[in-house]
Design a protein around this ligand. Structure first.
Ligand SMILES: [Fe+2]
Length: 224
């Protein structure tokens, strides 16, 4: 099995003016592509991992041979996280969540405005390269919380199910926003894909563990 770069679900310029086309092209075609290439190159040496999904590799770090463990974790994480990111944004995005997801955000953060503040502040505080997430914690009755990860770590490794994600690596915003990460995070709400977050919220609350793994970031269709 070769891991495959999923196509962007919209044009490079579709998220303008909030995210510029050049950033999107570099981010998808160079950065994400390189994680997929490096993951495939590393896995060529380990045929026993041939049928494993990128999500499985992330969640089962200890079962990857030690010599490849760090590289596989970083590149599988880069692949899964970016695959989630493209779907967490949409040219038709913005606005507010509705229905059960909106109710859960109000229940766990107090209000949508408080959630946005919490997410943006957490994203702004990530030191160096990392990610900011809205997750559902199954072990805590599906409670929603904001988390951050460094490098390409993913909350799935803690058993937390991501509903929404944003990338705070400099390559996600530096061309347009330079060092002004808070400005990028503030503008991001205009392209946030709440339909995708709501779809994942349903998965998080209803799916069994095996289904979660398949739906965690990559559908089977993104792999050959
Ligand atoms: Fe990125």
């Amino acid at each position: 099995m070769k891991h495959i770069l999923p196509p962007l679900p919209y044009d490079y310029a579709a998220l303008e003016p909030h995210i510029d086309a050049r950033t999107m092209k570099l981010h998808h075609d160079m950065h994400h592509a390189s994680y997929v290439e490096k993951l495939n190159a590393e896995l060529e040496k380990y045929p026993e991992l041939d049928e494993r999904t990128a999500t499985w590799l992330l969640r089962n770090r200890g079962k990857v041979p030690e010599a490849a463990r760090k590289s596989v974790h970083n590149n599988a994480g880069g692949h899964v996280n970016h695959s989630m990111l493209w779907r967490a944004m949409s040219p038709d995005g913005g606005g507010e969540p509705t229905g059960a997801l909106a109710d859960a955000i109000k229940r766990d953060f107090g209000s949508f405005a408080k959630f946005k503040t919490s997410f943006a502040e957490a994203g702004g505080k990530v030191f160096g390269s990392g990610w900011v997430w809205l997750v559902s914690v199954r072990q805590d009755g599906g409670k929603l919380q904001v988390e951050t990860t460094t490098g390409h770590d993913n909350p799935l490794t803690q058993g937390h199910f991501p509903l929404l994600v944003n990338d705070v690596w400099e390559h996600a915003y530096y061309l347009k926003h330079e060092n002004r990460r808070p400005e990028y995070l503030a503008g991001w709400w205009a392209v946030t894909n709440w339909e995708e977050a709501a779809r994942r919220f349903v998965l998080a609350s209803g799916a069994v563990a095996g289904e979660l793994e398949d739906e965690a970031g990559l559908s089977v269709a993104t792999m050959a």
